[in-house]
Design a protein around this ligand. Structure first.
Ligand code: FES
Length: 188
């Protein structure tokens, strides 16, 4: 073998641009790409959860609201309206608002608290003393003193709210219910 030929052969062997080197480089590239994707996905999960949090979270009342002394409702002969303060978490926002409820009695004489929101389309339902019934001004739904449906477009009676008694105080858990359906369904 001539001296020149041996030299060029050794150059070919030492060259970093052979086919095995190229495939090693592309393998490392794929590995790096996969690694970046994995890290990106890991970082994206909390961001997506943070962004969707208000959509996924339901509005919830934090604690029960006082309606009044239990003793003041014992002599009730017709529904009385009370305004309760409710503290709610809505997405990231914590808000305090006021809602009107009615304290009334059921057919057994037990106290019952009704939301004043009409189950038809959400108008506030006033008590009509002369007619001895609730009468919604929006589309004419009427309800008996205990909240049961009498007539009109509403598919159910007025919604009752959960109550508890603590230290002689009547407390209520205010909730919102789906409108335009016959069964009571909590939506927040
Ligand atoms: S909102 Fe009350 S009857 Fe329609």
């Amino acid at each position: 073998m001539f001296e020149g030929e041996a030299e060029s052969e050794s150059k070919v062997k030492a060259s970093p641009s052979g086919p095995s080197h190229a495939s090693r480089r592309s393998f490392l590239g794929v590995l790096l790409g996969l690694g970046s994707l994995f890290v990106g996905a890991l970082l994206a999960v909390p961001l997506i959860r943070f962004a969707l949090f208000p959509l996924l979270r339901r509005t919830t009342q934090l604690k029960n609201s006082p309606v009044g002394e239990l003793s003041e409702f014992s002599p009730l002969t017709e529904p009385v309206m009370r305004t309760v303060q409710i503290e709610q978490v809505d997405g990231w926002r914590k808000a305090v608002s006021e809602k009107a409820v009615y304290v009334t009695k059921d057919s057994q004489g037990q106290l019952r608290v009704l939301t004043s929101i009409c189950p038809h389309l959400g108008c506030t339902v006033p008590w009509n003393k002369e007619k001895n019934q609730f009468a919604c001004p929006c589309h004419g739904a009427t309800f008996a003193a205990d909240g049961t449906r009498v007539s009109g477009p509403s598919l159910r009676g007025m919604d009752t709210l959960e109550t508890t008694v603590q230290d002689g105080q009547l407390l209520v858990r205010f909730q919102y219910f789906r409108q335009l359906v016959s069964d009571k369904e909590v939506i927040g």
